[in-house]
Ligand binder design. Structure first.
Ligand code: ATP
Length: 146
Protein backbone atom coordinates (compact mmCIF):
# COMPACT_ATOMS: atom_id res chain seq x y z
CA UNK A 1 0.00 0.00 0.00
CA UNK A 2 1.44 3.45 -0.86
CA UNK A 3 2.28 6.09 1.72
CA UNK A 4 1.39 9.80 1.35
CA UNK A 5 4.34 12.12 0.95
CA UNK A 6 4.66 15.89 1.35
CA UNK A 7 7.98 17.63 0.80
CA UNK A 8 8.22 21.37 1.41
CA UNK A 9 11.03 23.86 1.76
CA UNK A 10 10.62 27.45 2.96
CA UNK A 11 8.09 29.08 0.67
CA UNK A 12 7.41 26.16 -1.66
CA UNK A 13 6.05 22.67 -2.02
CA UNK A 14 8.32 20.29 -3.93
CA UNK A 15 6.15 17.19 -3.84
CA UNK A 16 2.71 16.18 -2.71
CA UNK A 17 1.54 12.69 -3.62
CA UNK A 18 2.13 9.05 -2.88
CA UNK A 19 5.02 6.60 -3.08
CA UNK A 20 5.51 2.88 -2.52
CA UNK A 21 8.56 3.69 -0.43
CA UNK A 22 10.58 6.76 0.52
CA UNK A 23 14.27 6.68 1.36
CA UNK A 24 15.76 9.72 3.04
CA UNK A 25 18.93 10.85 4.83
CA UNK A 26 18.09 10.84 8.55
CA UNK A 27 20.79 12.31 10.78
CA UNK A 28 21.40 8.82 12.16
CA UNK A 29 21.57 7.17 8.76
CA UNK A 30 19.59 6.45 5.63
CA UNK A 31 15.95 5.56 6.35
CA UNK A 32 13.51 3.53 4.26
CA UNK A 33 9.87 4.33 4.98
CA UNK A 34 6.93 2.14 3.97
CA UNK A 35 3.21 2.46 4.76
CA UNK A 36 2.64 1.39 8.38
CA UNK A 37 5.98 2.67 9.67
CA UNK A 38 6.10 3.50 13.38
CA UNK A 39 5.71 7.25 14.09
CA UNK A 40 8.96 9.17 14.43
CA UNK A 41 10.56 12.58 14.15
CA UNK A 42 14.11 12.97 12.88
CA UNK A 43 16.40 15.71 11.69
CA UNK A 44 17.79 15.39 8.17
CA UNK A 45 21.37 15.33 6.95
CA UNK A 46 22.66 16.42 3.54
CA UNK A 47 21.56 13.64 1.19
CA UNK A 48 19.25 12.18 -1.40
CA UNK A 49 15.52 11.54 -1.08
CA UNK A 50 14.22 8.83 -3.38
CA UNK A 51 10.49 8.48 -4.00
CA UNK A 52 10.02 4.92 -5.20
CA UNK A 53 6.92 5.09 -7.37
CA UNK A 54 5.30 2.64 -9.78
CA UNK A 55 5.76 5.16 -12.60
CA UNK A 56 9.49 5.41 -11.85
CA UNK A 57 11.61 6.89 -9.11
CA UNK A 58 11.90 10.59 -8.32
CA UNK A 59 15.10 11.98 -6.87
CA UNK A 60 15.57 15.07 -4.72
CA UNK A 61 18.56 16.69 -3.02
CA UNK A 62 18.00 17.84 0.56
CA UNK A 63 20.28 19.78 2.90
CA UNK A 64 18.98 19.67 6.46
CA UNK A 65 15.52 19.94 7.92
CA UNK A 66 13.16 17.57 9.71
CA UNK A 67 10.99 14.61 8.78
CA UNK A 68 7.83 13.49 10.53
CA UNK A 69 6.75 9.91 9.86
CA UNK A 70 3.24 8.70 10.62
CA UNK A 71 1.96 5.27 9.56
CA UNK A 72 0.14 6.73 6.53
CA UNK A 73 2.22 9.84 5.78
CA UNK A 74 5.77 11.21 5.51
CA UNK A 75 6.21 14.98 5.85
CA UNK A 76 9.59 16.51 5.03
CA UNK A 77 10.31 20.12 6.03
CA UNK A 78 13.60 20.77 4.27
CA UNK A 79 15.96 23.67 4.99
CA UNK A 80 17.08 23.57 1.34
CA UNK A 81 15.91 21.14 -1.34
CA UNK A 82 15.81 20.73 -5.09
CA UNK A 83 14.04 18.21 -7.30
CA UNK A 84 16.34 16.40 -9.74
CA UNK A 85 15.04 18.34 -12.74
CA UNK A 86 15.72 21.69 -11.05
CA UNK A 87 19.39 21.12 -10.45
CA UNK A 88 21.74 23.34 -12.38
CA UNK A 89 24.71 21.04 -12.95
CA UNK A 90 27.07 23.77 -14.12
CA UNK A 91 26.42 25.67 -10.90
CA UNK A 92 26.97 22.53 -8.81
CA UNK A 93 30.23 21.82 -10.69
CA UNK A 94 31.41 25.36 -10.04
CA UNK A 95 30.50 25.08 -6.33
CA UNK A 96 32.35 21.74 -6.11
CA UNK A 97 35.47 23.19 -7.73
CA UNK A 98 35.36 26.22 -5.44
CA UNK A 99 35.14 23.99 -2.37
CA UNK A 100 37.95 21.71 -3.61
CA UNK A 101 40.11 24.75 -4.29
CA UNK A 102 39.48 26.12 -0.78
CA UNK A 103 40.34 22.73 0.74
CA UNK A 104 43.59 22.58 -1.22
CA UNK A 105 44.57 25.98 0.21
CA UNK A 106 44.91 24.60 3.75
CA UNK A 107 42.02 26.52 5.32
CA UNK A 108 41.95 27.43 9.03
CA UNK A 109 40.12 24.77 11.09
CA UNK A 110 37.11 26.99 11.80
CA UNK A 111 36.44 27.24 8.04
CA UNK A 112 36.55 23.49 7.46
CA UNK A 113 32.94 22.55 8.39
CA UNK A 114 31.54 25.14 6.00
CA UNK A 115 33.82 24.04 3.14
CA UNK A 116 33.09 20.35 3.72
CA UNK A 117 29.35 21.02 3.81
CA UNK A 118 29.60 22.91 0.52
CA UNK A 119 31.56 19.99 -0.94
CA UNK A 120 28.86 17.57 0.19
CA UNK A 121 26.01 19.72 -1.15
CA UNK A 122 27.57 20.13 -4.57
CA UNK A 123 28.56 16.43 -4.87
CA UNK A 124 25.03 15.49 -3.82
CA UNK A 125 23.47 17.78 -6.44
CA UNK A 126 25.61 16.22 -9.16
CA UNK A 127 24.63 12.71 -8.01
CA UNK A 128 20.91 13.54 -7.86
CA UNK A 129 21.02 15.20 -11.31
CA UNK A 130 22.69 12.03 -12.68
CA UNK A 131 20.06 9.79 -11.12
CA UNK A 132 17.30 11.98 -12.50
CA UNK A 133 18.76 11.77 -16.00
CA UNK A 134 19.16 7.99 -15.71
CA UNK A 135 15.51 7.71 -14.80
CA UNK A 136 14.42 9.71 -17.84
CA UNK A 137 16.53 7.79 -20.31
CA UNK A 138 15.29 4.44 -18.99
CA UNK A 139 11.71 5.46 -19.94
CA UNK A 140 9.41 3.62 -17.59
CA UNK A 141 11.92 1.21 -16.12
CA UNK A 142 12.53 1.73 -12.42
CA UNK A 143 16.01 3.20 -12.27
CA UNK A 144 17.76 2.13 -9.09
CA UNK A 145 20.37 4.14 -7.26
CA UNK A 146 23.88 2.87 -7.83
P1 ATP B 1 26.21 27.83 -4.73
O1 ATP B 1 27.60 27.99 -4.18
O2 ATP B 1 26.16 27.17 -6.08
O3 ATP B 1 25.34 29.05 -4.63
P2 ATP B 1 25.29 26.79 -2.23
O4 ATP B 1 25.63 25.43 -1.73
O5 ATP B 1 25.95 27.97 -1.61
O6 ATP B 1 25.53 26.73 -3.81
P3 ATP B 1 22.78 26.72 -0.96
O7 ATP B 1 23.05 27.71 0.14
O8 ATP B 1 22.83 25.28 -0.63
O9 ATP B 1 23.75 27.02 -2.19
O10 ATP B 1 21.39 27.05 -1.65
C1 ATP B 1 20.97 28.39 -1.94
C2 ATP B 1 19.77 28.30 -2.87
O11 ATP B 1 20.21 27.96 -4.18
C3 ATP B 1 18.75 27.26 -2.50
O12 ATP B 1 17.46 27.72 -2.84
C4 ATP B 1 19.11 26.05 -3.37
O13 ATP B 1 17.96 25.26 -3.64
C5 ATP B 1 19.62 26.74 -4.62
N1 ATP B 1 20.69 25.99 -5.30
C6 ATP B 1 21.97 25.87 -4.91
N2 ATP B 1 22.71 25.18 -5.80
C7 ATP B 1 21.85 24.85 -6.80
C8 ATP B 1 22.00 24.12 -8.03
N3 ATP B 1 23.16 23.60 -8.42
N4 ATP B 1 20.91 23.99 -8.81
C9 ATP B 1 19.71 24.51 -8.44
N5 ATP B 1 19.52 25.19 -7.30
C10 ATP B 1 20.56 25.37 -6.48
Amino acid sequence: MPIKVDIVSPGRRLYSGEAEMVTLPGSNGQMGILHGHAPLLSTLDIGEIVLHRREGNDYLAVSGGVVEVRPDKVTVLADVAEAGEEIDEARAHAALERAQQLLAENPPPHKLPEILASLRRSSLRLKVARHHQGRRSSSGLNYQEG
